[in-house]
Design a protein around this ligand. Structure first.
Ligand code: AMP
Ligand code: MG
Length: 325
């Protein structure tokens, strides 16, 4: 073989090897009390696998910061001490609490991280719930206006005793948004990062949209609708995620701040839009608001659309979506 022919052969071989090896790479992990999945397309599967790991590490980092189950998290320190004096936190946590307070203002208090003042009294796995008297007492500490964030100094203070905060309604969306940013920063053009009911999509699925199914709130085998998505976020909040039933009443993890009890107007809410922190916060909020107030809020946000399954199983769509015929 002449040198020239050899070079062409080598070039073809390298080209073939590169093209042939490009593939979908994915990883699954249990983080933040939920199932985390990362899937991406990469020319070099080994590098792709490293990126999956990088996203997983980011999820662990966010969990360590924001988990109320971890004694040594920043949020646990806030809940322990912020009623006595301002607690220093990372810029990142302060910013996410500020975003949560903005979500409270936007939703007239349906979204409220101080729900946790009563919320911590529930343990859905252990089938535990507070007595009426305990809820009454806790209600005084549910009000987002009791949370004071000093953004310049990154401190958080509570204006009274008994206040607790929990970012569970927004943290997973924030985490998948961060994960997607890592993928984009690494040049990924086709990928998805999911944490439980929250997904952030990067690009398309190589010429096709990503199709995300929304499960039936009372039958996990059934899909009620499929959303074709490109470069978008999707979040679902449902009363089937963490719950127990007692005497025909479903006690679940989305709490109406006004009553300290599980919201019961709807079974599930799915929101799509450009930012996963927003879709996550909005899905929880619209769940609390119910069909009418929920749809009217969404109609004011042109970038966000939603599907609500009410507590009779009927579906409601925002005007930007078409109901399947
Ligand atoms: P999601 O699955 O995104 O709807 O989040 C549900 C989680 O949000 C719960 O497990 C709580 O941690 C938190 N949460 C519950 N009720 C509220 C509320 N009214 N406002 C803000 N967060 C809430
Ligand atoms: Mg949410």
């Amino acid at each position: 073989m002449t040198m020239r022919r050899f070079n062409i052969f080598l070039l073809l071989f390298v080209l073939f090897a590169t093209v042939a090896r490009a593939e979908w790479v994915s990883g699954d992990r249990a983080i933040m009390g939920t199932a985390v999945r990362v899937e991406l397309w990469h020319e070099d599967p080994r590098k792709g696998a490293e990126m999956v790991e990088e996203v997983m590490n980011e999820m662990h980092r966010i969990d360590a910061l924001m988990s109320t189950y971890k004694e040594d998290s920043e949020i646990s320190a806030v809940n322990r001490d912020a009623a006595r004096s301002p607690v220093s936190v990372s810029d990142e946590l302060a910013k996410l609490v500020v975003r949560s307070l903005e979500m409270s203002r936007l939703t007239g208090g349906a979204f409220d991280v101080t729900y946790a003042s009563a919320g911590y009294l529930y343990d859905f796995r252990a089938r535990q719930r507070p007595q009426a008297g305990q809820i009454e007492e806790a209600l005084e500490a549910i009000d987002f206006r009791l949370v004071e964030v000093d953004a310049d100094h990154s401190t958080i203070a509570f204006r009274r005793n008994g206040v607790r905060i929990d970012l569970g309604g927004i943290a997973k969306g924030y985490a998948v948004e961060r994960g997607a940013a890592i993928l984009r920063g690494n040049g990924i053009e086709h990928g998805i990062v999911t944490a439980g009911g929250d997904s952030r999509i990067v690009g398309d699925r190589r010429g096709k949209p990503w199709v995300v199914g929304v499960r039936h709130p009372r039958d996990k085998q059934r899909v009620i609708t499929r959303m074709p998505l490109r470069d978008e976020a999707i979040s679902t909040s449902g009363d089937y995620e963490r719950f127990f039933e007692e005497d025909g009443v479903r006690y679940h993890h989305i709490i109406e701040p006004a009553t300290g009890r599980s919201a019961s107007a709807v079974y599930s809410v799915t929101i799509i839009g450009p930012d996963a922190t927003m879709t996550d916060g909005l899905s929880t909020s619209v769940f609390v608001l119910g069909v009418e107030a929920g749809l009217s809020l969404l109609e004011k946000l042109p970038e966000y659309e939603g599907v609500i399954v009410d507590n009779s199983g009927a579906m409601h769509y925002t005007s930007g979506l078409t109901a399947p015929q």
